[in-house]
Design a protein around this ligand. Structure first.
Ligand code: BG6
Length: 484
């Protein structure tokens, strides 16, 4: 395994993301010796924790990986805590000293990574202070890692990007989209690039439509404050869904380098049609969940959720049809849908092929399905002869799903992404050009909705969204392939 010495400075060390995702991922990387003796972590947040307390919290966060006693104590001795106010310049001096000391102690070669697991309004301030305190003036690499959201529209994202690039060059900015760390999303390009059976058919000549579904069973949980300001379009479509769409739609580079993949993705996003208000009304629908029940469980409506405005017009569901204006995809709808409190959790892609045989009347469309979560794998549906009946067919599904043991052994998204940051591979991160174009695509949809004061379509919790989402595909003669 590749490994580099590194000092990680974690802003937001007491937060939920750090506990649920980052500490467990650090530990897995430690077990694989990607993180060996040459690493140290400085956790910062406002709370006045001691190193000991910090280490106890981390011990808790990794408990379900059953570390042995020696393993755990070897791991924990790399963690240090520094109480920190992001707005106070003198605090960065303290950080600078601690960083230099740990650099010496663990021989970290001046390699540093700054992980901002905090509200985005602090990003600009933090990086500016890191620079002013000369923390980033080292001989090694200095990389900054950001969690979403990256802005709330194109304008705010652009402003943030400018603040960041005054301190870090774009190549050292790692914007996390955790979906890009998922096994089957990383598999999209492999599937396309290594199966001529698929890639030869990968265009409007053979593909009828593409469907991307990111369904969630959960409601907004405790995140009402964030979510009510955000909505499904910005929470899921602007980032995760458009990233997946770009991987499906891009031209395959002859050589799969980081730069070539990025160029391909950006070109695909630039070909996505930007809708005017009338086109938004024609091609996109939104919805909000009302109270409902499923399998004997009762769910409150969105407007009753904690920290949600009782008059909220925030959408908890989006379905839409994207159109890609290039030679490969002209005329092929890319349908997307995502929502909270749907029937079940399921992230999947359906590629629906055209029925071009002379026997179309007795055949069904071939469908390639890529299962992303909760199971991973893919399936391909074909037509076979019906038993005892030469003149009709029966659908056959060739299906490959990872079993639970294999899934337990696949690295988690954050583990892969952290590994990539340490080794400097930005392939599975979103470049500014991608973020910028995704905002341009989404902004006009948002604006059209903001102008439209008709009542919001609703759906009962536990269903697959408002009726309008079904009508949207039906009016093109299509239907959602996945209907749990
Ligand atoms: C996040 C969204 O980016 O992705 C959440 O903010 C959503 O609202 C989550 O629940 C889904 O991620 P996953 O990995 O659980 O499918």
């Amino acid at each position: 395994n590749n490994s580099e010495p590194v000092l990680m400075m974690l802003f937001g060390a007491t937060g939920d993301l750090a506990k649920r995702k980052l500490y467990p991922a650090f530990f897995r990387l430690f077990r694989q010796q990607v993180l060996n003796n040459h690493f140290a972590v400085i956790g910062t947040a406002r709370r006045p924790w001691s190193d000991d307390h910090f280490r106890e919290v981390i011990a808790d966060a990794i408990a379900d990986q059953n570390p042995t006693e020696p393993e755990q104590s070897a791991f924990l001795q790399h963690f240090y805590y520094q109480s920190h106010d992001v707005g106070d310049a003198s605090h960065y001096q303290t950080l600078a000293k601690l960083a230099d000391k740990l650099d010496q102690q663990y021989q970290l070669a001046g390699n540093r990574m700054y992980y901002l697991a905090m509200a985005p309004r602090f990003f600009g301030q933090i990086v500016t202070q890191l620079k002013a305190a000369k923390i980033i003036d080292t001989a090694g690499f200095n990389r900054v890692v950001l969690e979403k959201p990256f802005g709330t529209d194109y304008e705010s994202a652009n402003k943030l990007s400018q603040e960041l690039t005054q301190v870090f060059p774009e190549k050292d900015i790692f914007r996390i989209d955790h979906y890009l760390g998922k096994e089957m999303i990383q598999n999209i390009l492999t599937l396309r690039a290594t199966n001529s059976l698929l890639e030869s058919q990968w265009s409007n000549q053979y593909i009828d439509n593409v469907q991307i579904t990111f369904a969630e069973a959960l409601g907004v949980e405790q995140r009402g404050g964030y979510y009510d300001q955000t909505g499904a379009l910005k929470d899921m479509v602007q980032n995760h869904i458009l990233q997946v769409l770009s991987l499906l739609a891009m031209e395959l580079p002859t050589k799969m380098s980081e730069a070539a993949i990025r160029t391909g993705k950006v070109a695909a996003l630039k070909a996505v049609r930007i809708y005017n208000a009338a086109e938004v009304a024609e091609n996109f629908v939104r919805g909000q969940y009302t109270a409902g029940s499923l399998n004997n469980a009762q769910f409150a409506g969105y407007r009753e959720e904690p920290a949600v405005d009782p008059q909220s017009r925030t959408e908890t569901f989006v379905a839409g049809k994207f159109q890609i204006d290039n030679e490969r995809w002209q005329g092929v709808p890319f349908y997307v849908r995502t929502g909270k409190r749907l029937t079940e959790k399921g992230t999947r892609i359906n590629i629906v092929f055209k029925n071009l045989t002379a026997n179309a009347a007795i055949a069904t469309q071939n469908i390639l399905t890529i299962y992303i979560q909760p199971t991973e794998g893919f399936s391909l549906s074909l037509n076979g002869k019906a038993l005892d009946n030469q003149s009709t067919t029966t659908p056959i599904r060739l299906s490959y799903r990872h079993d639970s043991q294999m899934m337990a052994n696949t690295p988690e998204a954050y583990e892969r992404l952290l590994h990539d940051i340490i080794t400097g591979d930005a392939t599975n991160f979103t470049h500014w050009d991608e973020v910028a174009q995704s905002w341009r695509i989404v902004d006009t949809i948002r604006q059209a909705w903001d102008q439209d004061d008709q009542p919001l379509p609703t759906y009962a919790a536990g269903t697959m969204g408002p009726k309008a989402a079904f009508d949207l595909v039906a009016k093109n003669g299509n239907q959602w392939i996945w209907q749990p």
